[in-house]
Structure formats: C-alpha cells, structure tokens
Design a protein around this ligand. Sequence first.
Ligand code: NDP
Length: 475
Amino acid sequence: MAAHQEKKLAEERKHQNMQNNTKASQGQWGRAWEVDWFSLASILFLLMFAPLIVYYFIMSCDQYQCSLTDPLLDLLTGNKHLSDIWNRTPMLTYRAAGIYSLWVTFQVVLYVAIPDFCHKFLPGYVGGVQEGAVTPAGVVNKYEINGLQAWIITHVLWFANASYFHFFSPTIIFDNWIPLLWCANILGYAVSTFAMIKGYFFPTNAKDCKFTGNFFYDYMMGIEFNPRIGKWFDFKLFFNGRPGIVAWTLINLSFAAKQQELYGEVTNSMILVNVLQGIYVLDFFWNEAWYLKTIDICHDHFGWYLGWGDCVWLPYLYTLQGLYLVYHPVQLCTAHAVGVLLLGLLGYSIFRMTNHQKDLFRRTNGNCRIWGKKPEYIECSYVSVDGTKYYSKLLTSGFWGWARHFNYTGDLMGSLAYCLACGFEHILPYFYIVYMTILLTHRCVRDEHRCCSKYGKDWKRYTAAVSYRLLPGIF
Ligand code: NDP
C-alpha cells in the first residue's frame, strides 16, 4: 500500500514538474501568452496607422517634394482637403498588378524550384540545405538556402535588360511606385490573413502555435511559429528575404536610373546610398544560413508584423533615401561624401564582426578564438516544452564583452550613414535612423525579457558580467 502511494506521489510530482517546465519554457520563446493593455494598445495603433504612415511618406514625395510638414499645413490651414490629396494619388493599375504578380511569382520559382548551386563554387559561402534552431516544441526545421542565388539571377537579368534587351525601362519601379504600393498591401494583408487561418485550421506544427485568445494580438504577432506549404516553402524565410530584400537593391537601382533620366547624371549621394545599402543586402544573402539563428526566424511567430511588414514596410520605408534623392538630387562635397562612406563602412564592419563572433562561438561551441584569445563565456541551461534540458553558452568577450547588443550599435551607425548621405534639407530621409533606433531598442528589451525567462539566474550572471546594452558606459 505504502509502495503504491509512494509511486502515485512520484508520478504526480513528475507530472507537476512537467507542467512547471512547460509553463516556464512556454514563456521563453516568441511573443507573450497574456496580452497586457500596453501591448494591445500598441498593436491596435500599428494595425490602424502603419499603412497610413507608409502612404503619408510616399504621398509626401509624390505630391510635396518629400516635405513631411507641407501636407499637414495644407490640411490644417484648409488649403487642401483629404479628398484633394486622395484624388491626386495614383490608383491600382493593371500594369502594376501584372508587374507585381510576375515579380512575386518569379521569386517563388527561384525559391522553390532552383536548389542552391552557389555553395558549390563560392568558397566560404554556406548554402543548400541547412538546419534552423530548435523550436519551443523541440523541432529542428530544414531550409533550402538559395537567397544569394536568387539575388544574383535577379540582378543579372536586371542589368541584362537595362544594358542589352530593353524589354522595360529601369525606371519601371519608380514610375509605378504608388500603384505597386497597393499591390504590396494586398499581398501583405492576404498572406497575414492566410497565416492566421492556417494557424487555426491546418498548422504545420500544432505544438509550436501560440494562441492568446486576443484576435488582434494573434493577427499581428502570429500564431504559427514556422508556417510552411509543403516541405520547403517556409513563409518566414521567403517573405523576410524575398520579395522585400531582393527588391531593396533593385528599387535603389531604379531610383538611380530615374535620377539619370531626369537630370542626366547620378549624384554621389545616390551612389553612396546604392553602395552602402547594397553591401547590407549582399551581406544578408551571403549570411542567409546565419540568419536562421536570428530573432526573426528563431523566436518570432509569423503574423501581420512579419507578413505585411516584409511586403510593405520594408521595401517602401527602407528605401526612402533613394526616393528622396530622385526629388532632391544632392551632390555632396568630397569631405561629406567620404565621411558618410567611412561611417557606413565602420558601422557595417562592427555589425558584421559582432554577428560573426557570436555565430563562430555558437557553431564551435566555444572552441574558437575571439580577438586571438580563447573566448570567455557563461554556461547556461534552459528547458524546452517537452521538459528536455538543454545547455548553452553566452559569450562575454570580444564585442560581446563591450555591450550585450553591439551588433545593433553597428547597424545603427550604418543606418545613420544612409540618412546623412541625403544632406540636411528635409527630415524625411532621417525617418530610417529614428525607426531603427526604436526598433532595435525595443528589440533589446524584448529579447532580454525572453532570455531572462529562458536562462533565469544564468541570464542575471550574464548581465552582471556585461552591464551595457548598446553603448558601453552609457546605455
Ligand atoms: P542577435 O543576433 O543579437 O540575437 C539575439 C540572440 O542571441 C538572443 O536571443 C540569444 O539567443 C543569443 N545571444 C544573446 N546574447 C548572446 C551572447 N552573449 N552569446 C551568445 N548568444 C547570445 O539579434 P537579432 O536576431 O535581433 O539581430 C541579428 C542582426 O540583424 C543584428 O545585427 C541586427 O542589427 C540585425 N537586424 C536588422 C534589422 C533591420 O530591419 N535592418 C531588423 C532586425 C535585426 P539564444 O536563445 O540562442 O541564447
């Protein structure tokens, strides 16, 4: 009898432990399970206003030479009505719908139908089938990494057309910029809505879904962790990288072509923006396998935030500098241009080296050298949903000993350089640095909150060892 009771008690304890583990670990990944009023208010604000913000910026360039204040002044003084502005806005056209459908279809084909060949001849490049990080349910997804190849093929065709075939003008993107905005919105909303329905009715991995019970929160932040169609069409990898990031450099090229058409020359500021942002985009595709281990793929669920954000916010607002320079062809003096170039390259180098240090450290499980020395680190552990205990390490030397997110600091320096390339006449091109500062600061807080619940006291030891987030001695 006593033995039977003892066994029952032990089983209850085990069950209790499992539940505690599950509770603890469910808080570790992705977004919250319970929605506080501040998060809900922010989400409602973004759902309502983010599309308007994008429209406002693009309309300001189209109708007000990129002045952000003039439309407001016109409206406030009664000089213009909302209907006047709206009536002057280009609507959706068949041509734009055709271009956009062709564009997205082409990127889907490049993504699913052409296995990577770049890794076979490019030394140091990691492509082909790669594994992602362990998901909360303990799943390790496989990905076909072929973004660099998609980017190269797309750009070779672009240049072949621009210099030889002339099937379409390289200004095609600029010339259809607002009609294409409507297409991007349609895709953004369609994919987010589809992802929500899929999360409820046919999720790829039910154990990796999160439901808060709040419709708006679930729609915005996503339910499914890694929604897929078939074995290989991964929503997060596709929408994050293409069509948005492949398009980024093409959009800039189209803006440069428009400058050439309008003014007979391409300014040094436009070249700087094309080159610096081009390096950033190329870096993204060269390191696409590394990208599988970043927060977007490892921790965020797929909802409107990623779906609409990748289709609309990214291609339209990350390219504001190039758009601005079409309306204001700034020619920088040599000192200014060199300063911008140096800041951009320094920011990029810090961004890349910091990310590389963490990647190398994690890949080799600490058996590597950081700045010529054995890495210093803190041992930590965490538990997945099924109760399995995992061990990990947090690097505390190299750039990771200076601040907990020095990669963000480098990114912000590069972002500032793009803005500075546009001179000081208008605030519109500076939106990017303001946005990136908010995004990455919020990310710091969000990521640290998650890491704290994931690693518990180990995370506290880490923050005691590396006390600053972005700027050593300041923040
Ligand atoms: P990180 O690459 O910094 O990844 C954060 C994760 O790394 C943490 O959740 C933790 O994950 C792990 N980690 C944290 N500290 C350490 C440490 N000391 N040692 C080892 N591992 C650690 O963040 P992101 O994924 O957000 O960003 C990646 C890059 O992308 C950044 O350079 C950022 O600037 C850039 N970025 C650019 C954006 C843009 O719009 N241009 C948007 C977002 C990011 P774990 O659970 O594995 O421990």
